[in-house]
Design a protein around this ligand. Structure first.
Ligand code: SF4
Length: 194
């Protein structure tokens, strides 16, 4: 049981976690691979994450406890699968991560523009975008595969900092966006260059 009543027993459906990753964003990261993906990109390296009914459940409080225990972590990466299928529990996780002074990287198979449309109809999705320090957007496109790209699989995918997310979506999502400063330890000026 969580010590924080707000977290309660909030759970995520996950495919798995990697407790120390150096390939899922800048610095040492706790990577959470969510279960369920609607994109079905040809050549996807994580096909086990596609099923909406696969994986297992982990509590948000247990994930936060694992992050808290490792002082070397720069932050947490939410990958998949498609994280935006589970925005509500991921918001709780992202808020907890930021409260620990760590940053939040999110991978999505949706483009930023598609996420804007999604978030306009879903306050939890808008909130998750707002809590994102770095977004890697778009599906994996086999024809644009590039092994030299840091943190991405294909050239269509972009690395977008919080300022870029807000510049693109701020007006559209203004009713949902609160004033949240960048997470400690994350330099927004370096958002696009890991
Ligand atoms: S979005 Fe990611 S997890 Fe989903 S099919 Fe594409 S590459 Fe695989």
């Amino acid at each position: 049981m969580s010590e924080d009543p707000l977290l309660g027993e909030a759970c995520l459906r996950v495919s798995g976690v990697v407790e120390e990753s150096i390939v899922d964003g800048p610095g040492l990261r706790y990577a959470v691979f969510t279960q369920g993906c609607p994109h079905l990109c040809p050549g996807c390296h994580n096909p086990q994450t596609h099923s909406l009914s696969g994986g297992r459940f982990l509590s948000v409080s247990s994930l936060l406890a694992a992050v808290r225990e490792n002082p070397l972590l720069a932050g947490v990466t939410l990958s998949g699968g498609e994280p935006f299928l589970q925005p509500a529990p991921l918001c709780l996780l992202a808020e907890g991560v930021r409260a620990l002074g760590r940053n939040v990287v999110v991978y999505s198979g949706y483009t930023l523009e598609e996420l804007g449309d999604l978030a306009a109809a879903s306050p939890p999705a808008a909130r998750l975008l707002q809590l994102t320090d770095l977004l890697i957007d778009g599906p994996y496109v086999q024809a644009l595969r590039d092994l030299d790209l840091p943190f991405r699989g294909s050239r269509n995918q972009r690395i977008l900092g919080a300022a870029e997310i807000r510049a693109a979506l701020g007006k559209k999502l203004a009713p949902f966006f609160l004033d949240i400063p960048p997470a400690p330890g994350y330099d927004p000026g370096q958002g696009a260059s890991p």
